[in-house]
Design a protein around this ligand. Structure first.
Ligand code: AMP
Length: 506
C-alpha cells in the first residue's frame, strides 16, 4: 500500500512546482463575490509561514497540539499543514462552537496556541522546511461528544491516515490533478478528512460549502453549480436535502461521478434517487467512527443491492483491517445475529487524548493491532456487514454524533435542575431532533410564566456551552420523570411523551 499521507509534503511540493496555479482550495467569500481561491503554490507559502510561526511560539521540546479555529477559509488548510509541518499536531475547531466548549478543548488538550484564519493571513512568508511525517506522530485530534458532559479528543496518527488514504486511493480511480472534491462537513468533523486529504494527495481542488450556503438553498445551488464537483463527499442527510431541488441532477452537475457517503445510515431511497438523477455516477456507502479514521468498511451501492429490499449493507473491511462482531462475553455471533462491531487495524486511533480511563474502556490490542469497540451493533449476512443501531445512547442528528448524556450532564450542571433525560425523536429510522425532559428545582411546572422563563434560561445557558446541533429543539419541564423497574429513566416512555407534546401517554 502506498504511504500516501507520509508523503504528503513531497506531493504538495510536486503539485506546487508542476502545476503552480492549480487551485488547491476554493470557497465562497462572505460577500459571495469573488470566490476565494488558493493555489498549491500559495497554500505551501502560507503553510511554511505557519510552520515557522509555530516553531517560534512553541520552542523545541514543547509537544502541545495547536488549535486551528475557523470555518471553511483557505487559511484553515494552511493552518493544518503548517502546524503539521512544524512537527506538532492540530485540533480543527469550527468557529460556530461556543467559547465555553472551545475553552474545554483547550484545557483538555493542553493546547497553548490558537490560530485563526485572520492571524494566519497576516503571517510573513518564510522558506521554513517541513518536518518529516513519522508513522507514530500525531496528525490531528478531533473532539467528539463525550458522555461525561465534556468533549473527548480522538488522536489520529500518520499511520492511521496512511492506512485510510492508501485504501481510498486504491479503491477509487482518481485522476491526479483532475478532480474537484466537495467539502460539506466542517473540518471539526472527521468526514471532512476524506475530502481534504484525498484532494491534497491527488493534487485536486477542494471546494468548501460554508454554513451560509447550507442555510440558503439558492446560494447553495449557485455554489454547487460553480463547484461542479467530480467527487461528492457528504453525509447522506445533506444529499437528501439537495434531492428536494428538482434540478439537482447530472445536467446541473455534469462532472459528478462518485458519491462517497459516511457518518450515518444511507437510506435505499436516497441511494436509488441519486442513481436515477446521476446515471453516470457511483454511490458508495462507507462506515466508520472517528476512532478508526473516518471509515473502515465500504460498498458500492448498485441497483441490484437496492432491489433486494431492506437496509443497505455497510460493506466489507478495508484491506489490512479486521472488522468483526462480538457478544459481550467475547463470543462471535453466527451470520444473521447481532453483535458489537469491533474494528482492529492500523487505522485505529491510539486512544483519547489525556483520558487513559476512557481509552482503556474502548480500545484494546488484537493480533498485534489496535482495536476499538464501536458501540455499534452489526450483523453479517451473505458476506456483507449491516449496521443495526447503537448499544448505548449515542445518536446521530443529521450526521452529527451526539452523546445524549453530554447534553444531560450540561443540564445537570445548572443549580436549579434536579433531573434531566434527553431523547431523540425519529422519522423513518433517522433522528429528526432532540427533546429534553427536565425536573427543575423551585419552578412550578404548572405555572406557564415560570415555565417559559425557566426554559428560556436553560436554552440560553445551554447555547453558551454546546454546539448548536446539540441543542434540544424542545425542553419540557416535568414534576418527575417516569422510571423503569430498575430505577432508570424510562427512555421508551419519554420518547412516547416527546411525540405527545411532552405529556404522559395514557
Ligand atoms: P463519527 O465518529 O462522527 O464519524 O460517528 C461514527 C458513528 O456514526 C458510527 O459509530 C455509527 O454509529 C455511525 N455511522 C457512520 N457511518 C455509518 C453508516 N454508513 N451507516 C450507519 N451508521 C454510520
Amino acid at each position: 500500500m502506498v504511504p500516501a499521507f507520509s508523503q504528503l509534503f513531497e506531493r504538495l511540493q510536486r503539485w506546487s512546482e508542476h502545476f503552480s496555479d492549480r487551485v488547491a482550495h476554493a470557497t465562497a467569500s462572505p460577500g459571495r463575490t469573488p470566490t476565494l481561491r488558493l493555489t498549491y503554490r500559495e497554500l505551501l507559502t502560507r503553510a511554511r509561514a505557519v510552520a515557522a510561526h509555530v516553531r517560534e511560539r512553541l520552542p523545541h521540546g514543547n509537544v502541545s497540539p495547536v488549535i486551528v479555529l475557523g470555518h471553511k477559509e483557505p487559511e484553515m488548510l494552511a493552518g493544518f499543514l503548517g502546524v503539521l509541518g512544524s512537527g506538532h499536531s492540530y485540533i480543527p475547531v469550527d468557529d460556530s462552537l461556543p467559547s465555553h466548549r472551545v475553552h474545554e478543548v483547550e484545557r483538555i488538550s493542553g493546547a497553548q496556541l490558537i490560530l485563526t484564519p485572520e492571524y494566519i493571513a497576516d503571517l510573513p512568508p518564510t522558506d521554513a522546511a517541513f518536518a518529516p511525517l513519522k508513522p507514530d506522530s500525531n496528525v490531528y485530534m478531533i473532539f467528539t461528544s463525550g458522555s461525561t458532559g465534556e468533549p473527548k479528543g480522538v488522536v489520529i496518527t500518520v499511520r492511521c491516515l496512511d492506512a485510510f488514504l492508501g485504501w481510498m486511493l486504491g479503491e477509487h480511480a482518481l485522476t491526479e490533478g483532475g478532480e474537484t472534491f466537495l467539502n460539506q462537513a466542517p473540518f471539526s468533523f472527521d468526514l471532512s478528512v476524506m475530502d481534504l486529504y484525498l484532494s491534497l494527495t491527488t493534487g485536486g481542488t477542494l471546494y468548501s460549502i460554508t454554513r451560509r450556503e447550507v442555510a440558503d438553498f439558492k446560494s447553495l445551488f449557485r455554489a454547487l453549480t460553480e463547484a461542479n464537483p467530480s467527487v461528492w463527499v457528504s453525509t447522506p442527510s445533506f444529499a437528501q436535502l439537495c434531492l428536494a431541488e428538482r434540478t439537482y441532477a447530472a445536467e446541473r452537475l455534469p462532472a459528478l461521478r462518485s458519491f462517497l457517503f459516511c457518518g450515518e445510515a444511507l437510506l435505499p431511497d436516497t441511494a436509488g434517487r441519486l442513481l436515477d438523477r446521476f446515471p453516470q455516477a457511483e454511490v458508495w456507502n462507507t462506515y466508520g467512527p472517528t476512532e478508526a479514521t473516518v471509515a473502515a468498511t465500504s460498498v458500492r451501492i448498485t441497483r441490484e443491492i437496492i432491489a433486494r429490499g431492506g437496509a443497505l449493507p455497510i460493506g466489507r473491511a478495508i484491506p489490512g483491517t479486521e472488522v468483526f462482531l462480538q457478544h459481550d462475553d467475547g463470543t462471535s455471533p453466527p451470520d444473521g445475529e447481532r453483535g458489537e462491531i469491533i474494528i482492529a487495524g492500523p487505522n485505529v486511533s491510539p486512544g483519547y487524548l489525556g483520558r487513559p480511563d476512557l481509552t482503556e474502556r474502548a480500545f484494546f490490542n488484537h493480533n498485534g493491532n489496535r482495536a476499538y469497540r464501536t458501540g455499534d451493533c452489526g450483523m453479517r449476512l451473505d458476506g456483507w456487514l449491516y449496521f443495526e443501531g447503537r448499544q448505548d445512547s449515542q445518536v446521530k442528528v443529521h450526521g452529527y454524533r451526539i452523546e445524549l448524556a453530554d447534553i444531560e450532564e450540561n443540564f445537570l450542571s445548572f443549580a436549579d435542575v434536579r433531573e434531566c433525560t434527553v431523547v431523540p425523536v425519529s422519522k423513518a429510522g433517522a433522528v429528526q431532533f432532540l427533546v429534553a425532559f427536565v425536573v427543575p428545582d423551585g419552578v412550578c411546572p404548572d405555572a406557564p410564566a415560570e415555565v417559559a422563563a425557566a426554559t428560556d434560561h436553560y436554552r440560553a445557558e445551554l447555547a453558551e456551552r454546546l454546539p448548536a446541533y446539540m441543542l434540544p429543539r424542545k425542553i419540557y419541564l416535568r414534576p418527575f420523570l417516569p422510571i423503569t423497574a430498575n430505577g432508570k429513566a424510562d427512555r421508551r416512555r419519554l420518547i412516547e411523551m416527546a411525540a405527545n407534546g411532552g405529556q404522559p401517554v395514557p
